[in-house]
Write a protein that binds this ligand. Structure first.
Ligand code: AR6
Length: 173
């Protein structure tokens, strides 16, 4: 069964869900955008857990298209699931990696027992993915992936993102 998709406008860090997905980079050591906001709101426990992962399971970092869970520190959520979306490239189709970031995040969410998960528009900020296409890939991948998650909530910053995801959801019907 696929998860029920919901859309909200606003800050992902304040969502009351079991797990929040972070649009991280391979170092797992922080950055701007959603990543910066999650570390700021969640406090140092998240970075500590990421450093521990780098020192043990992931010495070379988290590959693009993969996902890994840590504590959510002070956030209302219990888990942060860090995933790495691809940087958009005009001359190369990396959409398989973007779909993989969502699929792997759902797999890890199942592993930690999450029932509600909030996603940002992975790759559609600093990594430059055109919003309409990012929304289509996100919505399609979550819809076709089999999972025990009940709700996949996209927490979207700004009208452009919200409208793009609304169109992508409407296009499913
Ligand atoms: N809540 C919800 N959405 C947000 C928030 C927030 N608090 N902040 C930004 N967005 P981005 P990427 C939106 O750049 O493109 C970091 O440096 C934003 O408007 O966060 O995958 C990482 O460390 C955009 O629509 O992620 C990586 O180096 C979407 O979230 C790199 O950025 C994703 O934007 C990853 O870039």
């Amino acid at each position: 069964m696929g998860a029920r998709i919901t859309l909200v406008r606003g800050d992902i860090t304040t969502q009351e869900v079991d797990a929040i997905v972070n649009a991280a980079n391979s170092t797992l050591l922080g950055g701007g955008g959603v990543d910066g906001a999650i570390h700021r709101a969640g406090g140092p426990a998240i970075l500590e857990a990421c450093r521990e992962l780098r020192a043990t399971m992931l010495p070379d970092g988290l590959p693009t298209g993969q996902a890994v869970a840590t504590t959510a520190g002070r956030l209302r959520a219990t888990h942060v699931i860090h995933t790495v979306g691809p940087v958009f490239a005009k001359r190369e189709d990396r959409s398989g990696l973007l779909a993989s970031a969502y699929r792997e995040s759902l797999r890890v969410a199942d592993e930690v027992g999450a029932r509600t998960v909030a996603f940002p528009a992975v790759s559609a900020g600093i990594y430059g993915w055109p919003m309409d296409d990012a929304a289509r890939i996100a919505v399609r991948t979550v819809t076709v992936t089999s999972t025990d998650i009940e709700e996949a909530r996209f927490a979207l910053f700004g009208d452009e993102a919200y409208e793009a995801f609304s169109r992508a959801v409407q296009a499913l019907d």
